[in-house]
Write a protein that binds this ligand. Structure first.
Ligand SMILES: [Zn+2]
Length: 305
């Protein structure tokens, strides 16, 4: 199986079908936003929102559509809440001789991945899902202690065969951002596997049709890359798809209203700064590198969020 992890220009030149199965991200940055601001909790949302019973998102959270607009905090209040750490994974497999130095940031060896998950469990982390995060960010809903979100991009098969059973050991759930062009291809998940993940309580998110950069979309691209793939995922899972991850973590303000129009309630970037007007559409994640020991991962979680 040939894996296309080459830079975009090379990949484009070599792929007659316009199929781009490149790595998701540009760099495993762990830059942090202003940690001082993030460390100060605020109740300003609660004081300005309409009176309502506080939402408890420790178990099952309401979907975004079930939260009245009047109860949702404004951007400033959302930005002021402490961020929940979110990890982004791609391939979970042992390194091969031909893997480049850079690619290894996106390829976490099996034993390393298992050690990372064990560290999270031993450290008392509880996984949360996007509805819980949304309720927390918009209403201040209560979360489990030491919340963390695990996300897996690009539909790689080892996310099903390796990550899924490992997460199961710890009662962890995750978000799988699926690029629909790869469904059923060798070394990628099938539709049945995506449905199984969904049925087992994980969340399936949209990650475009073939991983093209959202910053370059115009006209029909929104239909091809967002509308149709999202509908495909809704048909596979039988559930509404509410969440999106930007390929390469790349976005621009103009893309946010386009995502809103197409039913997305939140979107995920990488470690860059969040949008000040629409923080729900620029939720930060860090790439958990294949080079990271459990201790390095722990340090990155603490420093980056
Ligand atoms: Zn990706």
């Amino acid at each position: 199986m040939i894996r296309f992890r080459t830079p975009l220009t090379l990949a484009s030149a070599s792929l007659a079908a316009g199929l781009l199965l490149s790595s998701c991200e540009t760099k495993p940055a762990t830059t942090s936003e202003n940690p001082t601001a993030a460390a100060v909790p605020t109740d300003s949302a609660a004081s300005t929102a309409a009176p309502a019973a506080p939402i408890d998102a420790t178990a099952k959270a309401p979907s975004p559509s079930e939260i009245p607009a009047a109860q949702r905090a404004d951007a400033a209040a959302i930005l002021a809440r402490p961020q929940v750490p979110i990890l982004c994974y791609h391939q979970i497999r042992d390194w091969r001789a031909k893997d480049s130095k850079g690619a290894k940031d996106y390829i976490v060896p099996v034993a390393q991945f298992k050690a990372q998950m064990k560290m999270l469990a031993d450290s008392g982390y509880h996984t949360i899902l996007p509805d819980q995060l949304y309720a927390y960010l918009t209403t201040g809903a209560k979360l489990p202690s030491k919340p963390i979100m695990l996300t897996f991009d690009d539909t790689d098969l080892d996310q099903f065969t390796v990550a899924r059973p490992t997460l199961e050991q710890y009662g962890y759930k995750a978000v799988y951002f699926v690029m629909t062009v790869s469904l059923g291809r060798p070394n990628y998940m099938s539709k049945a596997q995506v449905k199984q993940l969904s049925d087992e309580g994980n969340v399936i998110g949209s990650h475009t049709w073939d991983h093209h950069n959202v910053k370059k979309y115009e006209g029909q691209d929104w239909v091809t890359q967002i509308e149709k793939p999202t509908k495909t995922l809704e048909e596979i899972t039988g559930k509404k798809i509410n969440y999106f991850a930007f390929p390469f973590g790349l976005w621009r303000p103009e893309s946010i209203p386009e995502l809103k129009k197409r039913g997305m309630d939140a979107a995920f970037i990488l470690a860059e700064k969040r949008d000040q007007q629409d923080p729900l559409y620029t939720i930060r994640r860090i790439i958990a590198s294949g080079y990271w020991s459990p201790r390095t991962l722990h340090n990155s979680i603490v420093q980056s969020f």
